[in-house]
Design a protein around this ligand. Structure first.
Ligand SMILES: Cc1ncc(COP(=O)(O)O)c(C=O)c1O
Length: 463
């Protein structure tokens, strides 16, 4: 069955993912059992996974549909195939899978119980540890999801300033699953226009575009939210200009450190770029894959969520599982590893090794203008371009497909503390083989080499 929308025939979502799974067993590296489980996933779970970024539409069909276990930077799929992994839990597992110091800390807490009617002392210990890392912050509140803390930051900024609008950086792909952010994406279904209109966007490295927003919405913008750096470094002075604009126009500056936190530096990108935000938001690497996120900031602002002020109360963050003990224990242990061991230095060093090796391979194949590595060494992504120089999902699919065939599973080249020289060098060898095929595809046409359909961006209005 197909439906029609805007004149195009569209396969409904559940049929899309099931239909595209029909590759012949003769060319299928995935077992029949794993395919059955994959079909089952689509019957039971919208999208077949609980996170869009892990979904089938993000990977070639030859990708392992399920990962059964991981150790360090290696993972094994349900068929027992081993891969070197990059990205690792959407950048959360920055130390490595099943990292001993973290799982030992978690195991110690499991037998003490996970959730009580009053706070656990771990809440205070985790706050102390966090604030000893992030020096610009004076208070912190923990939650389970990054989206919850970015949304809490927005709510707090609105309450503190008495304004409704939120200015976000248009060049950064994700801040929250909540309406204030998703309403600004290419997938805003279900979000009323009134809410969408409250989020306005400026360009990265373009302070003038932010100033224009302040001028266009006088006394309406409660906060400015951006990552200090994503795939492009800040132009000299840009972040200070943003800080100054916020001060001039009376908005709070929220530095979003979900990715940069505990990756750029133990103190986040705010320390690297010497910028003190009013609020900042952390998650992902903070607890090496256990569910922990943090809203941090100046006491003057954060205390509005507390018990010792006379302003109207702000329902800041309060969740049943917010202070579940084993995630706090994981967070404390992870942050201590960062403080005691050369984690940051290693992430940068191994990223540099990988970038240099893969760029050299791309040059050798003469395709350095079509396959490029972008971003800071601790957080590398790749750009895949077709002959026309435009970013291409088909070439991305081809590259992923060829890397997977060579034992590397990576939607990015984001390294962990567990990536050894040998892992990096094996990845460079895999890239050599994959980019040789990429070079041939540029000559013969990518469809000659793709086993099946292309991957697609998460944010698209229709399947
Ligand atoms: C920059 C950034 N902010 C916020 C989030 C949301 O975090 P979570 O998925 O934990 O809700 C993400 C998730 O990918 C992210 O990349």
């Amino acid at each position: 069955m197909s439906c029609h929308c805007g004149g195009r025939a569209i396969i409904p979502a559940e049929e899309y993912s099931l239909a595209t799974m029909s590759i012949p067993q003769s060319v299928d590296s995935v077992s029949a059992d794993a395919r059955t489980l994959q079909r089952q996933a689509h019957k039971l779970i919208p999208g077949g996974a609980h996170t869009y970024a892990k979904g089938d539409d993000q990977y070639p069909l030859s990708a392992p549909p399920f990962i059964a276990r991981g150790k360090g930077c290696h993972v094994w799929d349900v068929d027992g195939n081993e891969f070197i992994e990059y990205g690792m839990g959407l950048r959360a597992v920055a130390l490595g899978h099943a990292y001993p110091k973290v799982i030992e800390a978690v195991a110690r807490e499991l037998s003490n119980g996970s959730n009580f009617t009053r706070p656990s002392p771990l809440e205070v210990h985790a706050a102390e540890t966090f604030l000893s890392c992030v020096s610009g912050a004076e208070m912190v509140k923990f939650a389970k999801n990054g989206s919850d803390v970015t949304t809490a930051a927005v709510k707090l900024a609105r309450a503190y300033t008495g304004r409704n609008k939120v200015a976000i950086c248009a060049d950064q792909p994700f801040f929250s699953v909540d309406d204030w952010f998703i309403g600004s994406t290419a997938m805003p279904a279900g979000i009323p226009k009134e809410i969408r209109d409250l989020t306005v966007r400026f360009r990265y490295n373009d302070a003038a575009s932010l100033e224009k927003l302040f001028d266009a919405h006088p006394n309406e913008i409660a906060c400015v939210m951006l990552e200090a750096e994503a795939s492009v470094p800040p132009r000299a002075g840009f972040l200070k200009e943003v800080r100054a604009l916020c001060d001039r126009f009376g908005a709070l500056l929220i530095i979003e450190e979900m990715i940069t936190g505990f990756r750029w530096d133990v103190g986040g990108a705010q320390r690297v770029y010497d910028i003190v935000p009013d609020l900042s938001t952390f998650g992902k690497a903070i607890a090496n894959g256990f569910a922990l996120a943090a809203l941090a900031g100046k006491r003057e602002v954060m205390r509005r969520g507390g018990l010792d002020h006379t302003h109207e109360r702000v329902f800041l963050l309060s969740t049943t599982h917010g202070a579940e003990t084993h995630s706090l224990a994981a967070g404390i242990a992870t942050m201590q590893v960062y403080q005691e061991e050369p984690v940051i230095e290693t992430l940068h060093r191994q990223g540099d090794r990988l970038k240099q090796g893969v760029e050299e391979v791309a040059r050798r194949h003469g395709i350095q203008d079509f396959f490029q590595i972008l971003g800071r060494s601790c957080n590398l992504v790749f750009a895949t371009r077709g002959l026309d120089g435009i970013p291409s999902q088909a070439y991305r699919t081809l590259f992923l497909q060829e890397m997977i065939a060579r034992g590397v599973l990576g939607p990015s080249f984001v390294v962990s503390y567990s990536h050894s020289n040998d892992d990096i060098d094996r990845t460079i060898d895999a890239a050599d083989g994959a980019l040789a095929i990429y070079a041939r595809a540029l000559e013969d046409g990518v469809l000659e080499y793709l086993v099946d359909r292309s991957v697609k961006p998460v944010f698209r209005p229709f399947n």
